[in-house]
Write a protein that binds this ligand. Structure first.
Ligand code: HEM
Length: 406
């Protein structure tokens, strides 16, 4: 029998009001590992809060597999088989091979070449709202740059933008009735996105064009080309990984600046602080709440007996506010030394699956924030922003703001 804690952490109703950071702080102080009951087939999962334990789990795939994915959900078998063709659900050695097909596109060098294009898109995004003095920040601003960057890179046609964005929302926010009528709708959206990626691959084979899709289709794994369906799974992985996360981070950042206008003023006075501000937002308001791994055998971890098939759930925001690594961790301060922040937060995970899009995410956020502080000031909330209902991703589904022109 597992010891039963007096409360639960991963409660949808609680997370629907934002990540309960105080509870996470308290749990990190009190527990190294904690069993929490849940409604899934295993009846519960282990929560981990300390950086060293999280690192151990994320860096040891032979004991803690990604094969069942990073979510708590038990996927229906027909969907699991499909998902296991995407990087996030793979373990070494196959994982490295698939990752090797795309990682060059996200290296710093490749991104430098794309920065000018990103900046033009960012200027255009601010152009669309600047004269109105108000906007719904999520759909009109935050979503736009990551979406356009991913679409350009993968060769998605303008006519399909909306379709792909809607599927991504349904799938990432399947617990929110505004986006999906039930969890099954989320699973279906995932399949539809894989199918869209499959059609995109076929279309690229017929009408060759310059894109990452074209490159991946031309590459080989162990002497074999990847199939259209395999590409579809990779497409799903890239789109889901890149869009929701980056948009949430930007919106959470602007929200934090509204709560602390003195920090925004610092940025306006010294735009050189933008890279450090990006890191502080990523630390303080990390969007991916947890990563799950699955034990491949019976073993001991942090003094507890773990059984084969148990779920290990790494709470990424816990090390982000650990006083062992950050002075006054519950204070948002964009003047923190950037290198220390990057070294100790776990916002992008750790180990072999460490976010492949990390440089793109940082550059997106930097470019967008630079454009925003250059032209927009005095942000105000027109209504309380509405959190999306999710225990996996912290973020807003709606944030109406007003602002002045600079
Ligand atoms: C602020 C923005 C972002 C955050 C917080 C974030 C977070 C993460 C995290 C925590 C993981 C680890 C998943 C795991 O270990 O199972 C991950 C993996 C991944 N991310 Fe990101 N991500 C961001 C932006 C992006 C972007 C812009 C892309 C676009 C390419 C991207 C693509 C991916 C992919 C494909 C993976 C899977 C890598 C693998 O399994 O090897 N992410 N991301």
């Amino acid at each position: 029998m597992h010891p039963c804690p007096a409360h639960t952490l991963l409660d949808l109703d609680v997370f629907a009001r934002g990540t309960p950071r105080d509870t996470i702080d308290r749990l990190r102080e009190q527990h190294r590992i904690l069993w929490e009951p849940d409604g899934f087939a295993t009846g519960g999962h282990w929560l981990l809060f300390r950086q060293e334990d999280i690192d151990h789990v994320l860096k040891t795939p032979e004991l803690f597999s990604s094969g069942f994915g990073p979510l708590l959900d038990d996927f229906p078998p027909e969907l699991l088989v499909e998902q296991q063709k995407s990087m996030t659900f793979m373990d070494p050695p196959l994982h490295r091979k698939y990752r090797g097909l795309v990682d060059h596109a996200f290296r710093l060098k490749s991104l430098e070449a794309r920065e000018g294009g990103m900046r033009r898109i960012a200027t255009g995004i601010v152009d669309t709202v600047i004269d109105k003095g108000r906007c719904e920040f999520i759909s009109e601003v935050a979503t736009q740059l990551p979406m356009r960057v991913m679409y350009d890179l993968l060769g998605v046609e303008v006519a399909d933008y909306r379709y792909v964005a809607d599927l991504t929302n349904t799938l990432a926010l399947a617990d929110d009735p505004d986006f999906a009528e039930n969890r099954a709708a989320g699973f279906h959206a995932s399949l539809a996105l894989i199918e869209f990626g499959t059609r995109l691959a076929a279309d690229h084979r017929r009408n060759a064009r310059d894109s990452l899709t074209m490159e991946v289709l031309g590459a080989e794994i162990d002497g074999e080309r990847i199939t259209d369906r395999e590409f579809g799974c990779m497409f799903n992985n890239l789109i889901v990984g890149g869009m929701e996360t980056t948009r949430n981070t930007l919106a959470l950042g602007i929200h934090q600046f509204i709560l602390q206008p003195d920090q925004y003023r610092l940025l306006e006075q010294d735009p050189e602080l933008v890279p450090a501000a990006v890191e502080e937002i990523l630390r303080y308001r990390n969007t991916v709440i947890y990563l799950r791994r699955t034990a491949t055998k019976d073993l001991e971890l942090a003094g507890e007996q773990i059984r084969k098939g148990d779920k290990l759930v790494c709470i990424l925001g816990a090390p982000n506010r650990d006083p062992d690594f950050f002075e006054e961790p519950d204070r948002f301060d964009i003047r923190r030394p950037l290198q220390n922040t990057r070294k100790h937060y776990r916002t992008f995970g750790q180990g072999g699956h460490y976010c492949v899009g990390v440089h793109q995410a940082r550059l997106n956020l930097k470019v967008m924030l630079e454009e925003i502080i250059r032209r927009m000031t005095n942000f105000r909330l027109l209504a309380e922003p509405r959190y999306a209902r999710s225990i996996f991703m912290d973020g807003f589904k709606e944030m109406h703001v007003a602002f002045d022109k600079r």
